[in-house]
Design a protein around this ligand. Structure first.
Ligand code: ZN
Length: 213
């Protein structure tokens, strides 16, 4: 009697462990049909509740630049001159500064020649020198106006190099702060910018109005 009751106690103690093992097996082992299901599953099925997804499919046309305005936007801005409508902050006879309509960060500027030209080596030297001089002065303005910790300065020549408007050269000038990026720009071509274009224009125009090259 004593032996059997001892066995029973052991068995009852083991029972929950066995159940747990069985449960673990169910999760780990998948049948062929389950494997097929997994292959065709979407990211929502595999990582349910792992992250919040914000879906704004109507933004795709801007991100992919499917909606292209007719003519060159920079030449139009040059023709219109300094104004919020053109986003032009500065213009002289050779070079100009425009606020980027789709900024990667607050205060993202484009510094460019007035002349419609997509290749740096085809620019007249005096124009190139004026543009780079303006680029340097604009970087000082951005640093002062935004108190940024760093800057990205760059030129993409040609669409294969990433130029959105390849026919009209433009240097990008982007203020940077520690921790100003997250996964959005990496996976979704989308950047959350906290300042409106009006605010950026309003912040920068007093500096460019005073600028003399
Ligand atoms: Zn142009």
């Amino acid at each position: 009697m004593a032996k059997s009751s001892k066995k029973k106690t052991k068995a009852s103690k083991k029972k929950p462990q066995k159940k747990a093992k069985k449960k673990a097996k169910k999760v780990l082992i998948t049948s062929k049909s389950e494997a097929r299901k997994l292959r065709s599953a979407s990211v929502h099925d595999i990582w349910p509740g792992e992250r919040e997804l914000i879906e704004k499919p109507e933004r795709l046309k801007y991100v992919r630049k499917l909606v292209k305005p007719k003519g060159c936007v920079f030449c139009k801005a040059a023709k219109r001159g300094v104004s919020f409508e053109s986003l032009c902050l500065y213009k002289d006879d050779k070079a100009m500064v425009v606020l980027n309509k789709y900024p990667y960060n607050n205060g993202h500027l484009l510094v460019l020649p007035v002349q419609h030209n997509g290749e740096m080596d085809r620019l007249d030297e005096d124009i190139y020198l004026r543009v780079t001089k303006l680029l340097r002065r604009a970087s000082a303005i951005v640093k002062e106006a935004y108190e940024c910790e760093a800057l990205n300065v760059g030129l993409n020549q040609g669409s294969m190099a990433g130029a959105g408007i390849p026919d009209h050269l433009h240097f990008h000038l982007i203020p940077r702060w520690r921790g100003d990026t997250n996964f959005f720009p990496l996976i979704a071509d989308t950047k959350v910018v906290i300042e409106t274009l009006e605010q950026s224009y309003g912040r920068l125009i007093p500096y460019f109005e005073k600028l003399k090259l």
